[in-house]
Structures are given as C-alpha cells and as structure tokens.
Design a protein around this ligand. Structure first.
Ligand code: GLU
Length: 303
C-alpha cells in the first residue's frame, strides 16, 4: 500500500474521558501522526441505553481532545448514523439465532479461556448453534433472538506492536443483540474497514477481541489493521480507573486549577514521552522508537 492509511480513536459517549482515555487518545494520535497516518475519530454511540446524553458527552470528549492539541481528519463518524451499513454486513455473513441469556451462557461455559490477555472473556459454548428449526420457532415465541456469526471453531493470528503475534480462538460471537442493535464487535470491524483504518491503538482490555475482529475483517473482505494495545490507567486499588475515582477528567482537574497543558505533561510522563505543552510539540520532540518504551505498556497507576 502506498498510503499509510489511518489510525483512530473511538470513544463511547457514556461519560467524559478520564485520564486513562486521554492517555490512550494521545498515544493513538502520536502513533498515527508520527507515521504519517490520518487520524480519525469515531463516536461509538450504538448502546442507546448507556448513551442517553450522547450528543453532549461526545461534544465534551471532542473538546477535551482539542484542549490537549489533538487534531483529527474529518468527518467525525457516529455509529448511530450507520446502522444500515452494519445490517448489510450482517446480511453477508453466515449467522444463526441465539436465545441464550447471559446466565445460561455463563453456566454452559468453562473457565475463562485461553485467549490472550487476562480478561474474563469466555467463548460462546455453541448452545444455539445446533437448534432445529422447530426449536427455534418455539424459542422465538418467548424471546427475541440475538444473531451470532458461525465461525466454525476458527483461530486467528494478529500482530500487536507490543505483544507480538497473538493467536486466539474465534467463537460464534454476537453480531446483533436481541434488541436489534448491531454489536460492538461487528460495528468496529465494519467501520475500521470502511474508514481505511490501518492501525488500531486502544486499551489492552481489548487485546483478546483482536483475533475475533481480525477474523471478521477478513470475512468481510477488509484488510486486517496493525494493533497497538496500550496499558490502562489504574486507581490506587489497582482497579481500572473510573470517573468515580475523583478528579480524573479534564474538567475536574481544571476545576482544581490544573490546566490542559499540565495534564498533557502528566500523560507524557506516565508514558515516558517528552513533556511539552501541546501534542504537536510532543510529536516534534519524539525520538525514533520512543513510542515503544516500556512505560507505554506498563499499567499506569494514577496517584
Ligand atoms: N468504544 C470502545 C471504548 O470506548 C473502543 C473500541 C475500540 O477502540 O475498538 O472502549
């Protein structure tokens, strides 16, 4: 490929960005821009129940990125406006209806499986894969089905800049939820493909999704992006940082007299990067290979 393509940041507008999200955005921007890639923003607002206040939250998220000096190439894409694209993608895949509740799946699965990354993800045990059409008709009377892709026990290898070659199982994951909403794992792959994303930088809680997403990209005829999973920010208890951990958003910090450039410096320090007042200055000061230093990958405890 002659063009290096694009990187992206894809926040869900469920709440304001906290320091960990801002750090991931900064790293995604630096990885993309330092390699001459475009940088795209996508608002992942499919979960209508969780994103009731989406337009305002999304606007504040963009304002916060701008305050740090991160710029992006238009347009900003909103998943809520792309439902038809997801439906078309699903229509081209081999799928089946699934009537399982979360509880039924938990009971039928074994212990968290051998996917990469220490998460609680468990492959779907395939309960509804073998239903007869009669059984499906019966179940449909009482429950709306989700749609799962039939992955035929595939395995997929992806390349992560830090973690290296990762091979993971591809289960029959959900493409469309029972309420008709396209699932994250489907939408993210459709969008990354259609937007020409060649590099996915995001939190390493999503590392074990990468093999499934890469597999789906191939099914849909999209190139598989390069992955850069970066560490999450943790609170003092070693748990994933959340808004309830105090002054962790830009607005909170500004209310305590901490300006955007101080926040940027703190993020840079956490990742072993040159400290500067704007993202453009950080980019200009970046030495070759500096984005590869261990602090980028090591979990950051926000004191
Ligand atoms: N919307 C997801 C989040 O905010 C990010 C998904 C991704 O980067 O693939 O966690």
């Amino acid at each position: 490929m002659d063009r290096p393509g694009a990187g992206r940041f894809a926040p869900s507008p469920t709440s304001d960005l906290h320091l960990g999200n801002l750090r991931t955005a900064l790293l995604a921007w630096l990885w993309a821009r330092s390699q001459g890639r475009d940088f795209l923003l996508r608002i992942e607002d499919l979960d209508q129940q969780r994103v009731a206040a989406a337009p305002e939250v999304a606007r504040r998220q963009l304002d916060d990125l701008q305050a740090l000096g991160l710029d992006w190439d238009p347009p900003v894409v909103r998943q809520g406006e792309r439902i038809e694209l997801y439906r078309q993608a699903i229509a081209g895949l081999e799928t089946y209806e699934c009537f399982c509740t979360r509880r039924e799946i938990a009971e039928a699965s074994q212990a968290p499986n051998g996917g990469p990354g220490a998460t609680s993800w468990r492959p779907y045990p395939g309960t509804c894969a073998r239903l007869t059409s009669f059984q499906r008709d019966q179940r449909r009377l009482t429950r709306a089905p989700a749609l799962r892709v039939r992955a035929h026990d595939a395995r997929q290898t992806v390349h992560d800049v830090h973690a290296g070659s990762i091979t993971g199982p591809v289960d029959d994951f959900v493409l469309q939820r029972a309420d008709g909403t396209p699932a994250y794992n489907l939408a993210v792959v459709v969008d990354d493909g259609l937007q020409g994303i060649t590099q996915v930088t995001r939190g390493d809680d999503l590392l074990d999704s990468a093999p499934r997403q890469a597999w789906l990209a191939r099914q849909l005829g999209h190139p598989v992006p390069e992955y850069v999973h970066v560490s999450l920010a943790l609170n003092a208890q070693g748990k994933r940082l959340a808004k309830r951990d105090g002054a962790v958003t830009l607005a909170d910090l500004q209310a305590h007299g901490v300006g955007a450039s101080q926040v940027l410096r703190r993020l840079c320090r956490s990742a072993g990067l040159p400290e500067a007042d704007t993202a453009a200055e950080v980019l200009a000061a970046l030495a070759p290979g500096q984005l590869d230093n261990p602090l980028v990958w090591r979990a950051w405890t926000v004191a």
